[in-house]
Design a protein around this ligand. Structure first.
Ligand code: HEM
Length: 340
């Protein structure tokens, strides 16, 4: 486990024993400190990048394990890469990964950078309450397919059973589905990802006042973002006071001042029927999942700890499906495609 605050004693012991891949090395200390500084500075100037980095861990590790495949623009097979998948709409954080890679050089894989950057974003956005260690030593794959990403990643229109099955394929439990979905306390979504909830014929229950406020805001966002598919904030906590009042949002137990914070406020919103995705809402239809959500709503510390533990599990999903692994020189292109 490489930790940024590794004590001097451990560091010298490691140097003495020449700790090998997967363990703590002197280089790891610098690597992790560099990633952390870059991530924190990036979030300070653009808060949205933190949410993007956390989502990136999920979307990289879920498809072929944590292998940096989500970062590729080009592979030897020439297929459309994961970035082109419909399920990867809005995926971001790539230029920050490039910047970090440029500081770390060729000894650190792009897959490790994704995992460390997501970890550091979670720590920063939770005010240090979500903090965990993850091992280093991942390698970058050379396979990346949009079709595979669309087949493997869960969709926001999924039923509860589909979500459960999707998680079970990766050996993740229903409870871990509930825990990781709490990441939707931050970030944004495109209208196209929750449009089904606004159409009366397809809508799964959504609070009516919230829906009315959303519809009005979407029209405003279409104008200000100059697109027919604007984004809205995932969490009602991050919306304006007027929006919250119009929606009849009950803020009891929510730290409304902590806009953009990664915390358990997602469960407050979900249990009030005020979330964007059907995939969030459907968890209410299961007694056990609903009970777990109520527990996380009432116990912020338990969610912080369980989220951290589940992110560690996610960050350890082994790479699979590639014939060759490497440490990419450029996170967007395999070494072969660059002529190395
Ligand atoms: C359980 C199944 C999940 C579904 C169906 C789902 C679906 C989505 C969708 C549709 C978006 C919005 C994309 C867009 O329109 O721009 C989104 C955003 C997001 N998701 Fe999920 N997600 C799931 C699980 C997760 C997990 C496990 C994590 C992380 C651990 C996560 C973290 C995020 C974050 C942070 C955002 C906001 C990204 C940003 O603002 O850049 N999601 N998700």
């Amino acid at each position: 486990m490489a930790k940024v605050n590794t004590g001097a004693a451990l560091l010298s012991l490691c140097l003495l024993l020449a700790c090998s891949a997967g363990g703590t090395t002197a280089a790891d200390v610098d690597v992790e400190a560099t990633v952390r500084t870059e991530v924190e500075n990036a979030i300070k100037s653009n808060p949205g990048v933190g949410a993007a980095l956390i989502r990136l861990v999920f979307h990289d590790c879920w498809v072929n394990g944590c292998d940096g495949s989500v970062l590729l623009d080009q592979t030897p097979s020439g297929s459309n890469t994961e970035k082109k998948a419909i399920n990867n709409i809005g995926l971001d954080g790539f230029s920050l990964v490039d910047t970090i890679k440029s500081k770390l050089g060729n000894s650190v894989s792009c897959a490790d950078i994704v995992v460390f950057a997501g970890r550091d974003a979670a720590r920063y956005l939770s005010g240090g309450k979500i903090a965990y260690s993850v091992p280093s030593g991942r390698k970058d794959g050379i396979v990346s397919s949009a079709a595979a990403a669309d087949a493997i990643l869960p969709q926001s229109t999924f039923e509860f059973q589909q979500l459960k099955d999707n998680f079970a394929k990766k050996n993740f439990t229903q409870e871990e589905l509930v825990i990781l979905s709490g990441a939707h306390s931050i970030g944004v979504s495109h209208l196209s990802s929750f449009q089904d909830r606004l159409n009366d014929t397809t809508a799964t229950p959504i609070n009516d006042s919230y829906k009315q406020a959303l519809v009005a805001d979407i029209e405003a966002q279409k104008n200000s973002q100059n697109t027919q598919d604007p984004t809205e904030k995932n969490n009602i906590r991050d919306m304006s006071l007027k929006f919250q009042n119009d929606s009849g949002y009950d803020t009891t137990g929510v730290n409304t001042a902590a806009k953009g914070a990664l915390d358990n406020s997602y469960y407050h919103a979900n249990l009030q029927n005020r979330v964007l995705f059907k995939s969030d809402w459907v968890m209410r239809t299961d007694i056990k999942a609903g009970g777990d959500m109520a527990e996380y709503m009432n116990n912020a510390t338990k969610w912080n700890n369980d989220f951290a533990a589940t992110m560690v599990k996610l960050s350890k999903l082994p790479a699979e499906g590639s014939t060759h692994y490497e440490i990419r020189k450029n996170c967007r292109v395999t070494n072969q495609n660059q002529g190395f």
